[in-house]
Design a protein around this ligand. Structure first.
Ligand SMILES: C[S@@+](CC[C@H](N)C(=O)[O-])C[C@H]1O[C@@H](n2cnc3c(N)ncnc32)[C@H](O)[C@@H]1O
Length: 392
């Protein structure tokens, strides 16, 4: 069911399988009666549910007071009539007012709970939304850009395109992209507030204008369908437990005929000499510890399958190796030291690893730094890029 009027465009739906009533869009009625159909569907849904009843307002982006009152009355009445139910209202931090507003209902009814779904929506979120990661991302992009600036045109990038960089991190790729390829529009979206604040600061420091920095959730984008000629998502599918959900969203916002470009790693293939064995052991353990937190840092070579399964055609793939010989070897060493802080300092202690393991795990990173800075040493970090076309 759809309702359309000025600023009043929403859809409601009931998914019986998941016992989920969801409202998407902008609800700004003139009168409470304008929401009669929504209320009727809610009551009908209510009659068919048992146990948990989910009311999903994650993508309800606007709501006037009339609408909030109707929804609040609906929920409170339901909780009174059905004390056997647990009514979970699912909000999103991306819609700034949402959790605060619906949280007031908790005081009214005990069986209404408010869940901000994206405050803890994947296990390792705390690691990547931490401001400590800023330095790491900065050096990584410095090292990868010299490869990607040549790779991107092979995957279809041309000046004047409308582009989105989803999971943009600190936005430095977006800045480099803008300078190199002069897009007509550039949206850079991330779910980390510290990273976005940093991105905006860098852009204003360097007088960069025209990049739209957006706070959002890549698995539930508020961007509309078929908007962008080129959509990038770099080093990020590997940090979600369900990367296919993100790919679906990238597919959706891409124009038919446009392309989606992703880059991913396979950390167990990081290498170095001398001390190759210790380095190899540690990066095999990196893959395992990351899997423990439900991420897959080994996605790189799986990208082709993921893109094809998501419905892309004309999938292109290539790999490149960032090495200590690309530029200043200290940059490579800085990246490895930041990984060490993340994987040993944070993840390993959170997993509760024993001291012998931690010492050996740490040693491999130290040896990788040694290889990177050794006058005859070689150290590498392999990356796979893949892109696919959204069919017409
Ligand atoms: C490994 S970083 C990569 C950042 C950037 N693409 C780069 O290459 O430097 C992963 C990024 O994904 C962001 N992220 C995690 N979950 C997200 C979500 N649900 N929606 C949008 N961004 C998310 C993190 O905040 C982080 O900036």
């Amino acid at each position: 069911m759809n309702a359309d009027a000025a600023h009043h465009t929403y859809a409601v739906q009931f998914d019986e399988n998941n016992q989920e009533f969801s409202i998407v869009g902008s609800m700004r009625p003139q009168r409470a009666e304008d929401l009669a159909a929504c209320a009727a569907l809610f009551e009908k849904s209510l009659r068919s549910v048992k146990g948990n009843f989910y009311v999903n307002v994650k993508r309800l982006v606007r709501l006037n007071n009339i609408a909030f009152k109707v929804l609040a009355d609906m929920l409170v009445k339901a909780s009174g009539e059905r004390p056997d139910l647990r009514i979970s209202v699912i909000t999103s931090s991306v819609v700034g007012w949402s959790t605060r507003k619906f949280a007031t209902l908790r005081n009214v009814s005990e069986n209404i709970v408010i869940e901000e779904y994206d405050s803890e929506f994947y296990p390792g979120q705390a690691f990547v939304e931490d401001s400590d990661i800023i330095g790491l991302l900065r050096t990584q992009t410095k090292m990868t850009w010299r490869h990607e600036r040549n790779i991107l045109p092979r995957h279809g990038v041309r000046p004047g395109m409308a582009v989105a960089d989803i999971c943009c991190g600190i936005g430095d790729f977006a800045v480099l992209f803008q300078k190199e390829f002069n897009p007509s529009r550039l949206v850079a979206l991330d779910h980390s507030k510290p990273s976005l604040a940093y991105a905006r600061e860098v852009a204003s420091d360097f007088g960069v204008q025209g990049i739209e920095y957006v706070y959002g959730d890549a698995s539930e984008l508020l961007l509309e369908d078929n908007q962008f000629d080129f959509v990038t998502c770099r080093h990020s599918l590997q940090i979600f437990d369900r990367p296919e959900l993100i790919l679906q969203e990238l597919f959706r916002i891409c124009k038919p005929g446009g392309r989606v470009y992703v880059s991913n790693e396979k950390n167990s293939h990081c290498l170095g000499e001398p001390r190759g064995e210790s380095i190899q052991w540690t990066y095999n353990e990196v893959a395992k510890i990351v899997a423990h937190f439900n991420h897959d840092i080994e996605i790189g070579p799986k990208s082709r399958r993921l893109m094809l399964d998501a419905g892309f055609s004309d999938v292109m793939m290539e790999s490149f190796m960032v090495t200590n010989m690309d530029g200043d070897p200290q940059d490579f060493a800085d990246i490895v030291e930041a990984w060490r802080d993340l994987f040993v300092g944070k993840m390993s202690s959170m997993r509760g690893d024993d001291p012998d393991f931690v010492a050996r795990f740490r040693q491999g990173f130290d040896d990788h730094v040694f290889a990177a800075l050794h006058p005859k040493g070689y150290a590498g970090w392999p990356i796979w890029v893949a892109s696919g076309r959204k069919p017409l």
